[in-house]
Design a protein around this ligand. Structure first.
Ligand code: AMP
Length: 208
């Protein structure tokens, strides 16, 4: 099953993708994670995109598309995959249609006022990749990952100014993808304002 997870930042795409990847046993491919790994490994790509991510702007289409195309050639994608955070522009979606066969585009809907609350409280563990929230999904011990014990950090672009820019970028560039996939008959709408458990149940029901 080849899936796209669509929705504004803070809609819970990453959390749902990490649950769905274990359930369906398919890889979770997050373009944001791929860029962040390139930045922490200080690769040429990382140097090219660092300031773009910090500001909450979009990496140019050709760079992003080439990275995804290469990732989909890896052997673990034979049984399917979840694309989280890609495509984010109509140009990316049109390119993707040329090299992939998408089954469903899942659209995670969330009211705007919940987004800022979710994102400013979000914390991540870099090594384990686990996501937490200081109120809605706190770790067992404050400030450290349950799995690895590493300190939790706040993403540079989860600070208020970058969040507001990311929301504008989403409205202008990514929201048009909803109509794009609806027209293809692939759109699946999910109410993402509910608890993690309830959203995940909805997701499984919609894809069954
Ligand atoms: P995310 O983790 O999905 O919120 O992505 C973090 C950041 O990575 C975004 O704000 C962009 O700067 C960049 N990024 C991730 N995916 C894409 C994409 N499909 N196209 C362009 N930039 C992207």
């Amino acid at each position: 099953m080849n899936l796209i997870f669509l929705g504004p930042p803070g809609a819970g795409k990453g959390t749902m993708a990490s649950l769905a990847k274990d359930f369906y046993n398919i890889p979770h491919i997050s373009t944001g994670d791929l860029f962040r790994a390139a930045i922490s490994n200080e690769t040429a790509l990382g140097k090219q995109v660092k300031a773009i991510l910090a500001a909450g702007d979009l990496v140019p289409d050709e760079v992003t598309i080439a990275m995804v195309q290469e990732r989909l050639l890896e052997g673990d994608t034979d049984r399917g995959y979840i694309l989280d955070g890609f495509p984010r522009t109509i140009g990316q979606a049109e390119s993707l249609d040329k090299f992939a066969d998408i089954d469903h585009a899942v659209n995670f809907n969330i009211p705007r006022e919940m987004i800022v609350k979710r994102l400013t409280g979000r914390r991540v563990a870099k090594r384990s990749g686990k996501l937490y929230h200081i109120i809605y999904n706190p770790p067992k011990v404050e400030g450290v990952c349950d799995v690895t014990g590493e300190p939790l950090i706040q993403r540079e672009d989860d600070k208020e100014e970058a969040i507001l820019n990311r929301l504008d970028v989403y409205d202008e560039q990514t929201a048009p993808l909803i109509a794009y996939y609806r027209k293809q008959g692939k759109l699946v709408d999910i109410d993402s304002s509910l608890s993690t458990d309830e959203v995940f149940k909805q997701l499984l029901r919609s894809l069954a």
